[in-house]
Design a protein around this ligand. Structure first.
Ligand SMILES: NC(=O)C1=CN([C@@H]2O[C@H](COP(=O)(O)OP(=O)(O)OC[C@H]3O[C@@H](n4cnc5c(N)ncnc54)[C@H](O)[C@@H]3O)[C@@H](O)[C@H]2O)C=CC1
Ligand SMILES: O=C(O)C(=O)Cc1ccc(O)cc1
Length: 298
């Protein structure tokens, strides 16, 4: 099963967590021949065995320490809340010169949780492939997930530049476009573009579910258009998203404050029949939609 192409970037890649993102990365690494050996560790019940059966890796088990031994790249692909315990456990087993990276949707807290447990000589290169779906588990991954999407790296000023380049090259070879920013900026940007939309979706679907029985059943039966789109997002993994909100608390609360103020202004406009206010906002947002589409096509 081991692939040994001459263009392999890494000798042994250890993926800790082999759900949607870990399994997509395993598939993409295999497809592009980027590692000689892929070892995975996952504590989910039966997940490691399923990853092996799917042919995603050369070795699989529950023990992260065993997976990282001899690895030149360790990629943390678990919900972000698990990062600290994993880093504490694997720290002593990491080879000098090894790179530790991650795919977490939150960056500042992840760095705070992981960095203190890494020995000197091990390079931390935090990252976030901004590509995903509402699905989870090793069966839901696919090699093309990352193609044409952004990968944001948030290295510390002290991070070894060669280590950053190597992680950037990995994501580039699986099709991503690389952007570098500081962790706080990342967390603020993602709070509005990803975390708040998920919170809104969870709220709308929760509100619909709490309607009187006869109404809530009709909502499900006749759900179409907008509401259906929200149910897709609200079907995302509960543990992953619990960890995102707990670990990007400040940025999410700040953006939620602004959002609720804007929502209250809209509520007022509807109450007082201020059609001009509504139409002006909807005209502005339509232009933003157009700009987003054009940016994607560029
Ligand atoms: N789902 C998405 O669309 C995206 C997710 N991310 C980030 O990727 C990470 C993983 O998310 P998904 O792959 O979607 O989740 P997932 O739920 O599909 O996979 C997570 C895996 O981690 C395993 N796991 C949990 N705790 C563990 C531990 N202590 N040790 C070993 N394995 C453990 C679980 O058993 C599961 O198999 C998260 O940090 C998330 O923020 C980043 C981009 C997109
Ligand atoms: O499925 C969707 O619409 C997503 O937004 C996927 C996603 C989830 C989390 C991320 O950090 C990045 C992308």
């Amino acid at each position: 099963m081991t692939t040994a192409p001459s263009s392999a970037l890494f000798d042994r890649v250890a993926l800790i967590g082999v759900g949607l993102i870990g399994s997509s990365l395993a598939r993409a690494i295999r497809r592009h021949g980027l590692a000689r050996t892929i070892a995975v560790a996952d504590q989910g019940e039966g997940v490691a065995a399923r990853a092996l059966a799917l042919g995603l890796c050369d070795e699989a088990g529950e023990d992260a320490v065993a997976a990282v031994r001899g690895a030149d790249l360790v990629m943390l692909c678990t919900p972000v809340g698990a990062g600290e315990a994993i880093a504490r456990a694997i720290g002593p087993a990491l080879a000098p010169g090894a790179i530790v990276s991650d795919v977490g949707s939150v960056k500042a807290r992840v760095i705070e949780m992981i960095a203190p447990h890494l020995p000197a000589g091990v390079h931390l290169v935090p990252g976030h492939p901004v590509a995903g779906t509402e699905k989870s588990g090793p069966e839901s991954g696919f090699a093309e997930l990352f193609e044409g999407r952004w990968c944001i790296l948030t290295p510390l000023p002290t991070t070894d530049a060669r280590a950053v380049d190597k992680v950037a090259e990995l994501w580039r070879r699986v099709g991503m476009v690389i952007e570098t920013m500081d962790p706080d900026t990342h967390d603020k940007v993602l709070a509005i573009t990803s975390h708040l939309p998920h919170l809104i979706a969870y709220t709308i679907v929760g509100t619909a579910a709490d309607l009187e029985d006869h109404l809530s059943q009709k909502v499900i039966a006749f759900s179409a258009g907008g509401f259906r789109d929200f149910t897709r997002i609200a079907g995302s993994d509960p543990v992953m998203w619990r960890d995102v909100f707990l670990n990007n608390r400040e940025a999410v609360l700040e953006i939620l404050q602004r959002f609720t103020e804007d929502l209250t202004a809209l509520q007022r406009a509807i109450r007082w029949g201020e059609g001009d206010t509504l139409e002006a906002l909807f005209t502005k947002t339509r232009a933003i939609r157009q700009a987003v589409i054009e940016a994607k096509q560029a």
